[in-house]
Design a protein around this ligand. Structure first.
Ligand code: GDP
Ligand code: IMO
Ligand code: MG
Length: 434
């Protein structure tokens, strides 16, 4: 029986809400930080001491001495990308090997998975998902098809043979798709070159602690140690509840924590829902409150809304309460975490979508992906706060108009705001004692 709980940090929009920052801020209160899904499609930014760090696979607790970080069984690992992260951390004096354990059941992204991702996107043409092309879809497909390779496999003598067999299957599939493997590039490298770096990465990973982390985590909970689970992507990109097919290939919601770490539902404690005070989306798919005007540009420019993984400009729009109500329900959010309101400091007024109309009728439920393309949001316009929130370090110091904006969100969602982020730095954070 567990003596302590697993608290969860999730993005409750379309990703890039600021999860990495919040995990880094809350990590000192926990013993273990664990990623449970996604892979290097994620880009989690952490700022402190005048430096900016971007993590893709490694949990965002890694900068704190004395904390253990776990890459859970639900995560996908690209040996090249994770070893780049390890090398970057080494440059700033952090030895990930001493602070990290990796599940033997985490599946590998092969170089050919990345080519398959590119080939499948190419085939979709104008209906492309706008994938990060990190091989996520094909690697999860192989996992579910029961032909993937896992971290545990890299420790076995049969690994080279298994690798070659799966690669051969992928090359055959690529030929069938008419994909030109010879001229394709993976992060600027030809397949053979990327593969060499990937194999070097595999060799380095063999020196890490690879184990059935479900035992480690459950034992830790039984001993009263606390765990913080770090989500990647966002609930509206969830493979079941997101705007399918414009989604990622994993369960980004609270339920994903249990299967992605091997812990029981009864072990889940608090669930923090991280959202921006407006909305962004990168890639294709419906976005009901999207702005195509100067205000949208202003949000993109002020918020530096360009992807941490791909550098792509993010689409921007107003805060969407029907979407938040939906993701609060699916996840059982206990506390809200509001990010990036400082981006709207100069706005005279701020709009918030409160409901959707479809074919002239108010919608009772959150729309399907098809309906979401056609809904017309109804907005409430609230006064802007017209002053910088960045300097505030307590809730009381926040401008009254901003607190009214937060009260409105709480009232409309039936939830409470626990954390307010007023800038990208670790220090620019207000944690309320509720
Ligand atoms: P994640 O994927 O959810 O971890 O989020 P990303 O790192 O992809 O994107 C969040 C971006 O917003 C990063 O560039 C952060 O440095 C930045 N950021 C986080 N919180 C704040 C905030 O309160 N204000 C501003 N202006 N930027 C923030
Ligand atoms: P973090 O963890 C924002 C989006 C992609 C695309 C769709 C599918 O940084 O919040 P995939 O590569 O998973 O096949 O892409 O999902 N996407 C993200 N958008 N933040 C992310 O991660 C994302 N990970 C994937 O843009 O639309
Ligand atoms: Mg991100």
């Amino acid at each position: 029986m567990q003596k302590s709980k697993v608290d969860v940090i999730l993005g409750i929009q379309w990703g890039d809400e600021g999860k990495g920052k919040i995990v880094d801020v809350l990590a000192p209160g926990y013993d273990i930080v664990a990623r449970f899904q996604g892979g290097p499609n994620a880009g989690h930014t952490i700022k402190f001491g005048g430096m900016t760090h971007v993590l893709h696979t490694i949990p965002s607790g890694i900068f704190h001495e004395g904390k253990m970080n776990v890459i859970g069984n639900g995560v996908l690992i690209d040996a090249c990308i994770v070893c780049d992260e390890i090398a970057n951390l080494r440059k700033v004096g952090v030895e990930a090997r001493d602070r990290m354990k990796i599940s033997d059941k985490a599946n590998l992204i092969l170089p050919t998975h990345r080519l398959m991702d590119a080939a499948l996107e190419q085939k979709k043409g104008s209906r492309k998902i706008g994938s990060t092309v990190k091989g996520i879809g094909p690697a999860y497909t192989d996992k579910v098809a029961r032909c993937g390779l896992r971290m545990g496999d890299i420790l076995e003598p049969s690994f080279p043979e298994k690798y070659e067999a799966l690669k051969a299957d992928h090359l055959q599939a690529l030929r069938n798709l008419g994909f030109d493997v010879e001229s394709a590039r993976i992060d600027g490298k030809a397949l053979a070159e990327y593969e060499r770096a990937w194999m070097d990465g595999i060799a380095e990973l063999r020196s890490f602690d690879i184990l059935p982390t479900e035992f480690y985590l459950n034992q830790a909970l039984a001993e009263g140690k606390t765990v913080l689970a770090e989500g990647a992507q966002g609930s509206l990109l969830d493979v079941d509840f997101g705007s399918y097919p414009f989604v990622t290939s994993s369960s980004t919601v609270t339920a994903g924590v249990c299967v992605g770490l091997g812990i029981p539902p009864s072990a889940i404690g608090k669930v923090y829902g991280v959202f921006k005070a407006y909305c962004t989306r990168v890639g294709s798919g419906p976005f009901p409150t999207e702005l195509h005007d100067a205000t949208g540009e202003e949000l993109r420019a002020n918020g530096h809304e360009f992807g941490a993984t791909t550098g792509r400009p993010r689409r921007t729009g107003w805060l969407d309460l029907p979407a938040l109500r939906y993701t609060l329900m699916i996840n059982g959010i206990t506390d809200l975490v509001v990010m990036k309101a400082d981006v709207m400091d100069g706005f005279d007024t701020v709009k918030v979508a409160v409901s959707y109309m479809l074919d002239g009728k108010k919608m009772e439920h959150y729309p399907s992906a098809e309906q979401a393309e056609r809904v017309v949001p109804e907005y409430r316009e609230l006064p802007g706060w017209k002053t910088s929130v960045c300097e505030a370090r307590s809730y009381e110091e926040l401008p009254a108009a901003f607190r009214s904006y937060l009260d409105f969100i709480c009232q409309e969602t039936g939830s409470q705001v626990k954390v307010v982020s007023v800038g990208p730095d670790r220090e620019e954070t207000i944690i309320r004692s509720l």
